[in-house]
Every structure is written in C-alpha cells, then in structure tokens.
Design a protein around this ligand. Structure first.
Ligand SMILES: C[S@@+](CC[C@H](N)C(=O)[O-])C[C@H]1O[C@@H](n2cnc3c(N)ncnc32)[C@H](O)[C@@H]1O
Length: 289
C-alpha cells in the first residue's frame, strides 16, 4: 500500500467518520504508547523539548527529523548515537517504508517534528500511512513557535482589553490559494493576535495586502526569527515598516510574525482574575487562566 498513501489517508478518514479510535479513550496525552511517537521537538532550544520527548529521543535507534527546523544541538545532546535522517526532500513513499522497516526490524524509531506536530506539521498523513501498514503511532506534544515567540517577547498572546483571541495562520503562496488567506480578516477583527507561520519570505507582500485592505499602517508587527536558538533575533515594526526591516535583515525562513498590540505587550487592561472578581469567588474553571 505504501505506493498509495492517499488511499491510507482516505481509509483513516472514513474510519474516523464512523467513530473514534479506542486509543483516544485508553490514553491521555503524555502517555508513552506502543509504536512510533511523533514528537514535538519544540522551537529549537533543547531545553524546550518535553521530558517525555527527551526520554523517547534518548532511547531511539532511528530519529527521523524535520531537517534544519530541528536544532542540531538537540540531536547532539539527546541522540548522538542514533541514526538521524532528515525528512526534508523525502515524500511519503520514501518516509513510510523507512520508518516501517526500521520498526519491523525491532529498532526504536521516533519522528521529530519542529514545534508542535499539530501546527503545520503534516504529521497525521504519515501516521495514517504507517497505521495502514500495521505500525502504531501516537503524538507527544511540543512547544509551538508562537509560544516561544511570546516568551521571547515577554508577553502574552491573549491580553485583557487588547487580544481576546489568537489566530495561528499562514499567508497565501505556492500551497495556499489567495481565497484561503485570512490574515487580513483576522487583523480586521481588532482583538486577535495574528501569528503567521510559514510566511517569512512573504512578509512584504503580506503587509502590502494589509495596507491595500485599508488596515492602519501603524498596527504593530513583531517578527521573531529562530525563537530560542542562539541566533534568535527580534525585529519590531509596523504594517508600514516591517517588510523592509525583515528584507534588510535577510531573513527568508524560520520566523514567526506576530501582528497586534499583544505582541508588543501594549495597551492592555488589568485582568479580572486578580482583581475584584477574585474576591467574588469566580468559578474554578474560569480562574484557570
Ligand atoms: C512547517 S512550520 C512548522 C511549525 C511547527 N510545527 C511549530 O509548531 O512551530 C515552519 C514554520 O514555523 C515557524 N517556526 C518554526 N520554528 C521557529 C522558531 N524557532 N522561531 C520562529 N518561527 C519558527 C516558521 O514560521 C516556519 O516557517
């Protein structure tokens, strides 16, 4: 079947429409399970890999990783003795037999995705194709780059009075049609922090479109390049200025774009949580934030 991963994806979709996989109810996120773990490596700093992820990587014989998006320091720190293979430039027809055969040979295989596999990770199609081959898989979550960027910027992505919502999005390009690009709509909502993945090379175009759509050219935009890496860089600007600044810096990939006041940590209000509301016995579920 490996020659037809789409058939595996279609079959898995049909199964899911009929009902949930029983493992959904048998395990919690964070459980070590049978099969190949799809591990979120985090944004780059080896310290930002979860404890479970680190233990699994340390135990691996074969680590298939997301190439330059996974910091080589992490591989050197945790799996220097394992075979490491970059997934860059490999299609499913190559990746699936590679992981399946190693698993069937009794080797311990892990698949390392950058950040968290659930965000622009293309993990599910690999998992579906492997499962179709009889190889169980599961996900170990990681720190997505938007959260690392927020930490770098010493801010929150949601801030009372400024940003009630967060959008994880990407701009139009080779793999997203213009009608599916919603950056401008998120910015128009006013109280959304818009986090743009996969758009470093396109920042000037994105900003041109925002201006053409009538957005305030002074809207704050912050770009975090290589969040948590030794060469991490922060570029501050606005819809008007950020494109040129990023071009001057020469960044074409590996940056997260944050649009909105929350990225600057500006113009927010004190929360209800540690204000009057705290003394009025707010419900525990809402007090969590
Ligand atoms: C294929 S997506 C993978 C995203 C990843 N799954 C995550 O959760 O962060 C790659 C994009 O994530 C962003 N990215 C990944 N690592 C980053 C980092 N350390 N700093 C800033 N942005 C990063 C960039 O926008 C890059 O184009």
């Amino acid at each position: 079947m490996t020659d037809d991963p789409q058939a595996a994806i279609d079959a898995a979709s049909e199964r899911r429409e009929r009902g949930r996989d029983s493992r959904v109810y048998e395990h919690t996120a964070g459980d070590v399970q049978d099969g190949i773990p799809f591990i979120g490596a985090g944004p780059g700093d080896p310290g930002l890999l979860t404890v479970t992820g680190k233990e699994l990587v340390e135990d691996a014989d074969l680590v298939v990783h997301a190439g330059s998006l996974v910091n080589s320091e992490l591989l050197e720190a945790y799996c220097a003795d394992a075979e490491t293979v970059s997934s860059v430039g490999k299609d499913l027809e190559e990746l699936i037999p590679l992981m399946r055969d190693a698993h069937e040979d009794g080797r311990t295989v892990v698949r390392l995705h950058s950040g968290d596999p659930a965000i622009y990770g293309a993990a599910l199609e690999q998992m579906d194709a492997l499962e179709q081959e009889g190889v169980p898989t599961y996900i170990v979550p990681g720190v997505t780059s938007a959260f690392a960027a927020a930490a770098t910027l010493r801010t929150q992505l949601t801030l009372n009075g400024t940003a009630n919502h967060v959008a994880f999005t990407r701009p139009q390009g080779r793999t997203l049609d213009p009608e599916d690009d919603h950056v401008s709509e998120f910015v128009a909502m006013g109280d959304v922090t818009t986090c743009i993945y996969l758009g470093t090379h396109a920042i000037p175009d994105v900003m041109d479109r925002l201006r053409d759509d009538g957005h305030d050219p002074d809207t704050p935009v912050t770009v975090v390049y290589h969040a948590s890496w030794p060469d991490e860089d922060v570029i501050e600007g606005t819809v008007e200025t950020i494109g040129e600044k990023v071009e001057d810096a020469g960044y074409r990939a590996s940056a997260l774009v944050v649009i909105g006041d929350a990225g600057a940590g500006a113009n927010y209000d004190r929360s209800y949580l540690y204000g009057d509301w705290a003394n009025r016995g707010g419900s525990e579920s809402e007090a969590d934030d």
